[in-house]
Design a protein around this ligand. Structure first.
Ligand code: SF4
Length: 196
């Protein structure tokens, strides 16, 4: 192949092999998908240990601020926190705001980017090159999750079985939910028998 020739991508090969049909979905094509870049997402996975350390401090700080969130009202702070969370995690992880974040258990690879939204490991369709069967030029989020988890201190959390996605939590703040739950657990620990 000459240097000036464009590289043949997986997506192009898949399109050529697909059966011909008069129906061509307008907004879903391998060509559109191939234009996506996964550079930042992959950077986050490569630096999963650093992000694990950072997130632990971040979560502690958020928990320290629990009296503030409670004083203002969790409901009132939700919109601005969600605004920041959506943009920060969208940039770093291509977050889909499922509201029940498991990045710490998946090597900092967001499982909601799996086209099948699998939360407990890959399907049987991972390509030989480690890419997704639905998005041929996208590295399988679960292959990457395993790689990312191997760098992390608590990387074996990837072996935990995750609950199915609760769609009613979509577009809510995982940061606030985790903080409120941690605060409640802390209160319960201080008052033995309170949860009985
Ligand atoms: S697991 Fe959910 S909250 Fe976490 S990055 Fe993925 S979509 Fe966002």
């Amino acid at each position: 192949m000459s240097e000036n020739q464009p590289a043949v991508t997986q997506a192009t090969l898949v399109k050529k092999a697909a059966p011909k049909s008069d129906y061509k979905p307008a907004d879903v094509s391998p060509q559109r998908r191939v234009q996506r870049s996964y550079a930042i997402r992959l950077w986050s996975i490569r630096h999963s240990r650093l992000l694990e350390w950072f997130y632990a401090r971040f979560a502690d700080t958020f928990l320290l601020l629990h009296p503030l969130w409670k004083g203002i009202g969790y409901g009132r702070v939700e919109a601005p926190v969600k605004f920041i969370e959506k943009r920060a995690k969208g940039f770093m992880f291509d977050c889909r705001m499922c509201g029940q974040c498991i990045l710490s258990s998946t090597g900092m690879s967001c499982p909601m980017n799996c086209p099948k939204q699998l939360r407990n490991g890959p399907c049987g369709g991972v390509r030989a090159n480690g890419n997704c069967e639905v998005e041929p030029d996208m590295p399988c989020v679960w292959v990457k999750a395993w790689e990312g988890s191997r760098n992390m201190v608590n990387g074996d959390a990837i072996l935990n079985v995750q609950k199915p996605v609760d769609q009613s939590l979509r577009e809510t703040s995982a940061w606030l939910r985790v903080t409120a739950q941690a605060a409640m657990a802390r209160e319960a620990a201080k008052t033995p028998g309170a949860s009985a």
